[in-house]
Design a protein around this ligand. Structure first.
Ligand code: NI
Length: 165
């Protein structure tokens, strides 16, 4: 199990570097991230969330297989959007409605170094957009109004303080 990086850790605001060589070490990281995501009951996990500032994330949404995305680029997003409740393993217990495109196209490399392109919709598209944001230091709470974000985060920080007390 890899240790999760959680808000308010400033690492979450850093942009990740491209993976220059998809080698055994990266494949091993991807496998351990999939294991960590499963243990934490998440549906997506980015490298920065386990303290690795490299452009990789993994997904496992219901009725889909685990997927690995290395050096992902979202090349298209649908005009149609919808709002849906999101969570994040770096914000345990915090959920908020976020509006995103219904569909997206992503180009990436898999854990074997093979490039692929994927047209995603529904939950998978949403997770791909959420995780790609992580690689640029963008968090789902950034999409909320300032008022709503402050309210949620102060509640989260109170819970965190109580947990540590
Ligand atoms: Ni997240």
């Amino acid at each position: 199990m890899l240790e999760l990086v959680k808000h308010p850790d400033e690492l979450l605001r850093k942009a990740s570097d491209p993976v220059s060589d998809v080698n055994g070490e990266i494949a091993d990281l991807a496998e351990r991230m999939i294991g960590t995501m499963a243990a934490e009951r998440g549906i997506g996990l980015a490298g920065v969330q386990v303290g690795r500032l490299v452009r990789i994330f993994v997904t496992h949404v219901p009725e889909d297989e685990p997927r690995v995305f290395i050096n992902p680029a979202i090349t298209a997003r649908s005009d149609g959007t919808s709002s849906y409740e999101e969570g994040c393993l770096s914000f345990p217990g915090l959920y908020a409605d976020v509006r995103r495109s219904n569909e997206c196209t992503v180009e990436a490399v898999d854990e074997n170094g093979k490039p692929f392109r994927l047209d995603a919709d529904g939950m998978l598209a949403r997770v791909i957009m959420h995780e790609t944001d992580h690689l640029d230091g963008v968090l789902f709470v950034d999409y909320l109004s300032e008022r709503k974000r402050n309210r949620l985060l102060s509640r989260y920080e109170k819970l965190l303080a109580r947990g540590r007390a």
